[in-house]
Design a protein around this ligand. Sequence first.
Ligand SMILES: Nc1ncnc2c1ncn2[C@@H]1O[C@H](COP(=O)(O)OP(=O)(O)OP(=O)(O)O)[C@@H](O)[C@H]1O
Ligand SMILES: [Mg+2]
Length: 370
Amino acid sequence: MFCSKILLNMETAKRKILVVDDNADFVGLVRRLLENKDFQVSVALDGKTAFEKVLSDDPEMVLLDLKLPDLPGEEILKRIKEINKDIAIVIVTGFGGEQVAVDLMRKGATDFLSKPIDREVLYSAINNALKIRDAQIADRNFERYPTLERFFPFLAHEIRNPLHAISGALAIIRRRTDLKDEILDQSIKIIDEEVQHLNEFVQECLNFVRPPNRVHFIEIEMNDVLSVVMNIISHIFESNANKIKVIRELDPALPKIVANYEEIKQAFLNIAKNAFEAMPAGGALTIKTCCKKKSPTHIEVIFSDNGGGIKPEDLKSLFKPFFTTKLRGTGLGLAISRRIIVERHNGKIQIESEEAKGTTVKIELPIGLR
Ligand SMILES: Nc1ncnc2c1ncn2[C@@H]1O[C@H](COP(=O)(O)OP(=O)(O)OP(=O)(O)O)[C@@H](O)[C@H]1O
Ligand SMILES: [Mg+2]
């Protein structure tokens, strides 16, 4: 099975959450809900035990009730952050506690929930908080990069924090607003979409400068990676996916390659996305894999679409960061793919295109690491 190591890791590495609340019934209920979703849960009924559990269980996230018998919520939040600033904290409040919760979001809490808590709202708040935590940790891993690229994480941090506050405030507005008012509903949706767009842009910038991680090189089957990529693509392009015919010419005898699975997946996702975006009215995408005959140490992957093609004068700029001809493009997709394929995997990427006819992207990757 391809990438079995990755799957194994995902299965074994349960995410750890500490639930802090003095109401034992509530704690029991939340524990069951979270264990059902495969989280590793520990609990504390007061502030003192919470600190002990933070030290002993090393949680990634704390669900923190504000009204505890021994210490005020703000004090607990502050001390947990002092022990480990990477712990995401989601505040749980009773009726009327929202004002304090909003205040605590300025002091490092990631989100808040009001009791009684709906199961789906709980899951989505937790997943969101963990995502934000992971992104913040990733933001810090860039020390060895040249000046311009070191600027990205700084920028990302400065953009993400206010975005995060906007999302939080928007969630409150949503809960308290009459969404039958169509204009208001539309306006909220616009803010939400634009915040999401900016978040994705920041993530793309960070992907671009992410340092290489040799530890994650494993044996992967390219045909399987491509299936995963196309599956993701069919979700992204849900509405017009059936207008595009995907023809697979995959060599069943393709040798495995040693590569970073996540990076390779990202590189091909960017390429496949471009092909789909080039065929808004439909078309065909052929994906071919083969072992290079002249150079049996390499595999070859070819994406050919019959979309709008690329202007001759644009061909030389395709791999430049921020080069885009799209209204909402970041222009980082191919720059990231090139960096992954060429710089991190010693491969090659080449693009040929004819306007109004279509585009062919050829990728070569070495089977073993050099
Ligand atoms: N298959 C393709 N067909 C036509 N044009 C393409 C294709 N692939 C890339 N391009 C051109 O190359 C440009 C750069 O692509 P790149 O993926 O780097 O950025 P983008 O798609 O514009 O934005 P994003 O960051 O969202 O990927 C595109 O804007 C487009 O003009
Ligand atoms: Mg793109």
